[in-house]
Structures are given as structure tokens and as C-alpha cells.
Design a protein around this ligand. Structure first.
Ligand code: PHE
Length: 453
């Protein structure tokens, strides 16, 4: 397959890993994983999550990379290039809706991160009691203008980077930021493991209580796995299209998934020992990390500096994730609808702003208003639940089905083995996962979630 010379490509091997990990690692690992684990029984959730990553996540990630690189196209063009008949490119619409929904609520949480960065700088988080952190979070998140202001600032930062294209912005930033964040997390992890009730936290996270594995826990773990690996919406397909001919797809997918899972577990190792040591509850939902982390920092020597560093890196990690999800709709607008990159980025910004404002107000003005009266969820929860737990697994199911049943086997093999230049021993296993395991498991989990068993 000839490579399109005009298409941007990642410059180095480290750049590829740092960028895909940059998309995968973000608020999903550090904010969403601990709160989902906390809400869903700790160890039971972690077990289901890891199974989803291995059995479904890595195969679908390989499929996305392979389809992206072999077609050199965005999610719409990719399906059209392979299968000219049929409606497979419709998977792209699932991806676009999911990416915009995620961008809407994600930028609100990224905005919270910016507020906490600002508060750390001005010394506004110096409480001695963890209840104060709770009140601080509640009064900030329910205020009507501050969260919106930060959401807008965050989306503007995202716009400024995406409008300049893929290579310049993302790769440079990820190369420096990802290792720095990793080092910081290890330091915090050691600190948490020395806390008085660290053992209780560890037991909560690693000792699964099998009776707690319910359909809700399984669905949440599935959604978290797809969300955390940025799967099912075409993000990784678009990134795969920027891979060079020599990139080893299966290896890149395995490294990306392993590092992403490691960061989520590190976040758990930081949060849960602290939750139990401070006598807090693990079931606090989206507020969890924003109440626990500042409490940890106040107990550390040089806490203010740690806090500034951490929230700054978390802000950058969120940015590398939103850049990657924006790429789904921007690639669609530019490559399928012939818009200029500037117009496409502006359109993406405007839509996300609308969703972002609705999500930001879900903790204050709109807290008692459900989505247009249609369901019992507020906008924030609706965007989060629908995208992560429904749209991403649905997209992932179609992608794996496509790679397993529709895509020419020899084309898949050629792409994964770099035209036969490298051996991929796991190829037969991967095909079984794509053909049977992933589609069947996802359908079963959906049916389970709908209460059909
Ligand atoms: N994986 C990202 C995170 O964990 C979120 C994301 C989802 C990014 C979907 C792109 C696409 O924060």
C-alpha cells in the first residue's frame, strides 16, 4: 500500500509510544479509574477491568492501528477504502458522536484540574481537615460561572494546539510530559503506601470480593477499559494512520495498554490507601480524586510544590487526550467534508463548548435537571455514561467484527507483520479474539446490562 506523502507521520519510535500513551493516559486513569473502582467494589472492578483490557482492549487496539495504517485514512475513509459497498463507514458516526460527548464532559473535569492548579499556586488548598476539601469541591463545582470559565479556557487551549496539526504539537509535548507524570505518580505512590491504613486500601483494590461482580460492575469495567485506551471511536485508528511502515503494531498496542493500565493502578495505589487512612469513603463518584489528592498533598513535605506540579502535569495529560479525541471529528471535517483545518477545529470547539457548558452546570444550576426530561441522568452523567459504557464498546464491537470477518485476512496479516518482515506469533490468537471473543463478549455484556439474563 503506497503511503500518502502529505499525511503527517510520527518522527520517532519513542514519539509513537509517547503519543499513543499520551492519548490513552489522562483523566481516564487518574480521575475516572479510581472513582469507578471506588463505586464498584474495588478489587471486583479491577479484576473485570484487567480481563477486558487483555481480552478485548488489546485486540481492538491492534485492529484500530492496523486499519488506520493500512488505509492511511480517518475512520470514515478507512472503512470506505476497504469495503466500498455496505454501510461500514457508519461506524464513523458512532465515533464522532462519542468523541464530542467525551470532549464535553472531559473538558469540564480538565477545567477542575486547572482550578486546582490555580488554587495550588495561590495557596488556596491549605486545609487541615479532609471535610474542608469536600466543602471546597462542592462549593466550586456547583458555582455557576467558575467551572464554565475553566471549561472555556481549557477548550481554547485544545483548539490552539489542534489547529496547528498533529506532529508539531502533540509529539513534542508527550515526549516530555508522560515520563514526568510517571515519576511523580511513583513518588506519590510510595508516600501513600507509607500511610497508617495503607493495608486496608490495598485490600480494597486487590482483594476481589466475587459476590460484588454484578452486571453494573462488568459494564462499568468494559466502559472504563475502552475509555482508558481511547478505543472504539477511531482515535487510535487515526493515530495508526500516522504510523510509519516500520512501526510494530502488536508491540505498540501491548506497550500502550500495559503502560495505561499501570498508570491506572498507580492512581489506585495513591488514592485508596489515603482514602482509608483519612477515614473517607471510596464511594464518592467524580469528586473522589479532587478531595483525596489535595488532602494527601497537605500531609507531604513541600506539599504546595507537589500539588502545583501534579495538577500541571494532569492538565497536560488531559490535553494530550482531548487533542486525540478532537482529531476524530477534525479528520472527518477536513478529509470527508473538505473543510480547512481552521474551520474544522473551530466547529469542533463550538460544539464542545455547548456540551461543556451543559456538563459544567450539571453540578450546580442544572443539578436537578435531567437530559431534556428524557432520562434520570444529568448532562454530565449522561454524556459520560452513554459515550463510555455504550458508544465506545459498540464501536469496538463493530471494529473487531470488521477486522475479524470482513477485512481480508492476508491484508490484516501483512499489516501486522509489516509485509512479512517481522514475525507475529500471537496472530492466530488475535484473530480468534477479533472474530469471536470481542464481539460475543461485548454483546453478552450489553445483554447482561439490559437485564436480559
Ligand atoms: N483515554 C483517555 C483518558 O484515559 C480519554 C480518551 C477517550 C481519549 C477517548 C481519546 C478518546 O483520559
Amino acid at each position: 500500500m503506497a503511503e500518502d506523502k502529505n499525511r503527517a507521520q510520527f518522527a520517532t519510535r519513542l514519539g509513537i509510544i509517547a503519543t499513543t500513551v499520551g492519548s490513552a493516559v489522562g483523566l481516564g486513569n487518574i480521575w475516572r479509574f479510581p472513582y469507578e473502582a471506588g463505586n464498584n467494589g474495588g478489587g471486583a472492578f479491577l479484576l473485570c477491568y484487567i480481563l477486558c483490557i487483555i481480552m478485548l482492549g488489546i485486540p481492538v487496539l491492534c485492529a484500530e492501528f492496523a486499519i488506520g495504517r493500512s488505509t492511511q485514512s480517518n475512520i470514515f475513509g478507512a472503512f470506505r477504502a476497504i469495503k466500498t459497498s455496505g454501510k461500514w463507514h457508519w461506524i464513523g458516526y458512532i465515533g464522532i458522536i462519542a468523541s464530542i460527548m467525551i470532549l464535553s464532559f472531559y473538558s469540564v473535569v480538565a477545567g477542575w484540574t486547572m482550578e486546582y492548579l490555580y488554587q495550588s499556586i495561590i495557596g488556596g488548598l491549605n486545609y487541615s481537615n479532609s471535610d474542608c476539601f469536600h466543602s471546597h469541591f462542592v462549593s466550586f463545582s456547583s458555582s455557576n460561572w467558575r467551572p464554565i470559565m475553566w471549561t472555556i479556557i481549557f477548550l481554547l487551549c485544545n483548539y490552539i494546539i489542534v489547529v496547528r496539526g498533529v506532529k508539531k504539537g502533540i509529539e513534542k509535548m508527550s515526549n516530555i510530559m508522560m515520563p514526568a507524570l510517571f515519576v511523580l505518580l511513583i513518588i506519590f505512590c510510595i508516600n501513600s503506601l507509607m500511610m497508617p491504613k495503607a493495608g486496608e486500601g490495598l485490600a480494597f483494590l486487590f482483594n476481589p470480593d466475587f459476590s460484588k461482580i454484578t452486571p453494573k460492575v462488568v459494564i462499568s469495567a468494559l466502559g472504563q477499559a475502552f475509555f482508558s485506551l481511547s478505543l472504539g471511536l477511531g482515535t487510535m485508528m487515526t493515530y495508526g494512520s500516522y504510523f510509519s511502515k516500520g512501526t510494530r503494531i502488536v508491540r505498540s498496542a501491548t506497550i500502550t495498554a500495559s503502560l495505561d493500565t499501570l498508570v491506572a493502578i498507580l492512581a489506585g495505589l495513591i488514592i485508596f490507601p489515603a482514602v482509608f487512612s483519612f477515614g473517607m469513603s471510596p464511594v464518592q463518584g467524580p469528586a473522589l480524586v479532587f478531595e483525596v489528592l489535595p488532602s494527601i498533598f497537605t500531609q507531604m513535605p513541600g506539599g504546595q510544590l507537589w500539588s502545583i506540579l501534579f495538577f500541571f502535569l494532569l492538565f497536560l495529560a488531559s490535553l494530550t487526550s482531548t487533542i486525540s479525541m478532537s482529531e476524530v471529528s477534525i479528520a472527518f471535517f477536513t478529509e470527508e467534508k473538505n473543510m480547512t483545518r481552521t474551520k474544522a477545529s473551530a466547529l469542533n470547539l463550538i460544539i464542545a463548548l455547548c456540551g461543556g457548558v451543559l456538563s459544567a452546570l450539571s453540578f450546580g444550576y442544572f443539578s436537578d435537571k435531567s437530559v431534556f426530561g428524557l432520562c434520570s441522568l444529568d448532562f454530565f452523567t449522561f454524556f459520560d455514561f452513554t459515550s463510555s459504557n455504550i458508544l465506545l464498546p459498540l464501536g469496538g464491537m463493530f471494529i473487531s467484527f470488521f477486522a475479524g470477518w470482513i477485512l481480508d485476512r492476508s491484508r490484516l496479516k501483512d499489516t501486522l507483520t509489516n509485509e512479512g518482515k517481522i514475525g507475529v506469533k500471537t496472530f492466530p490468537l488475535l484473530v480468534i479474539c477479533l472474530k469471536y471473543v470481542a464481539p460475543i463478549c461485548i454483546v453478552l455484556i450489553f445483554l447482561l446490562g439490559m437485564g436480559l439474563f
